[in-house]
Design a protein around this ligand. Sequence first.
Ligand code: BDR
Ligand code: CA
Length: 310
Amino acid sequence: MRNVILDCDPGHDDAISIIIAASDVSDLKILGITTVAGNVEVEKNTVNALKISELLDLDVPVVQGARRPLVKKSEIAPEIHGETGMDGPVLKDPEISALDGHAVDFIIDQVMQSDEAVTLVPTGPLTNIAMALIKEPRIIENIDEIVLMGGGTFGNWTPAAEFNIFVDAEAAKVVYESGVPVTMFGLDVTHQVIATQDIIQRVGNIDNKIAEFVKELLIFFGETYKNHFGFNGGPIHDACTTMYLLKPELFKTEYLNVTIETKGEYSYGMTVVDTLSVTGREPNTNVALGVDQEAFWSLFEEILKSYSGG
Ligand code: BDR
Ligand code: CA
């Protein structure tokens, strides 16, 4: 059993990632869900995290975190996730509340107190994680891995940069240079798990309220990806992190050097992946590049079916 903290900005694909981690198929122990400014304002992301927790009957703390990136102004993506950050499915207002306090302190306390090492799973901008590493560097000793969604060898927010890294590249730099092992699910691999009509149909055939919720998420996210990028469905980016934690052998990874561009006029927020080892710099990141698609979607179906209670 691995102890995880899901640091996120839900977010359609963040929601799916939480659903995977919380399922009966998963042996992850979720210590908490922390939120960060990203897809939309952090307050909205927190409400979404609470709604998801309530839907799942998930009894774990939700803690709100950074309102804005470390250095630059916030940037949000309502054109992809809608005004609420999770448009599409309609969930009732949550009756549960977020824990008092700040996500950064929650992350530090959980990691420092835990008998077992903790895995951090960021699926939004890396602001909270960087702040925790800066505020209490001793947490490094008890974090076994940071399994994140971000970056890639191309971008989706600029030609060079993926959204999560672009929003807070300074934070990403802190994380990648921290010395903690990083496993990175960038666009190279997340664009291989697109929820096409066929996948939506397979999800639709599963008869429980969580699968119904996921179907609605996929329909909305698929539409915005079609309108914005011309894709034939939404890539469920963030889900790769928790799918990997459940079954690492689904993915092909390479251990490579990755640095974060924080100065470039055209390349700010780029994850510079040294694919051919031309820099001579030591590898620091396990970069996911491939996935067994059929095995991925089969496991995804199995996870959603597990919510039927049998
Ligand atoms: C990332 O940005 C967000 O829109 C998604 O939730 C994902 O974390 C993809 O670039
Ligand atoms: Ca996200």
